[in-house]
Unconditional design. Sequence first.
Length: 365
Amino acid sequence: MQRTGVGNFNKVNGARDALHGMMNILVSEFVCGGGWPDAEMPASLQAEGRAMLLAVVEDLSRLPQTTLFTTWDTRFADVPFLPFDNVVIQSVNSLKEEQDAIGRWIPLLDGALIIAPEFDGILQTRCEQLRTAGVRLLNSEAEALRITSDKLETFRLCQSLRIPTIKTLEASQCHGDPPWLPCVVKLRDGAGGLMMSRLVTPGDWQEFQARSDRMKFLLQPEIVGRSLSVAAIVSHGTLKQLFLAGEQLFSEEDRFAYVGGEIPASGTPCRIPQNAIHRLVEQVVNAIPGLHGWIGFDLLLPDTNSDEPLLVEVNPRLTTSYVGYRALTRHNLAAWIVDPDHDTSPTFQGEVKFQSTGQIDTGRG
């Protein structure tokens, strides 16, 4: 075991102030922390996972009287953490080693933050394992994870409540001519643009129809507009903080390959309907039971109606935009992750452009 500081491992019993009592917190990031089952992983997921893990561990380590526990998968890279005095790092090279480490730590923990993709039920399963073990999670509750991990379920809920979103159909229900062209094809439980594609011609449609795995996919009409994201702090289903809306940036070679973002989105406040975004996010938070902690919302601002943002998806976990937001404030955003009912609000100043790797450029390039 690699240790940088041990801290006080005594379990704190009873109710206490989360920001002032001794805290032992697990930060478990699936992709880089040892959960990934294969010897190779998508480079994009690895970059984003690493960026989020390093940023949030550094911020949590700066909270008073806090000791952190985390794992790092040395199959992919050497341990990258700075020598924080209150961070316990377990180097692992398999899922079993990662799970063994977490199992040893469970009796010591006062809380856990799980960072994992939604596909294959990974986020939901890992949260439930710790919840069942009696660990207090800094994540959303089980029902919120179930709904948000299923893009079709999220669409149906929003449609029933007239929350503005993008029309969505199951690919398995689409026969004959395509419902839309161009259209976007995505996994029902996808994350990070994984396996997303664009169908433009009847030939593209026929090729997609011939795929043996098409039942896993959803179809949406292609809507031309600006891809935005916004982060919120939610406390057990109540919206507490809504941060600045940012613009998502994608690769020129692959329009679905996320490469970073800009905060605030260019044109703020004149061209970005902040009030409409706030209303939309609040509607979604009220509609999905059990959202909690850091929640990311992907939005689309159509060119045909730039006053009405559409919900694309809800990310019930820490998002890569965390690295951008933290660069714009002197406040420690981890304090709001640990305690969403924090009685103050973080303030943001300036502009930032960030890459999915976590690299920061102050101002716009």
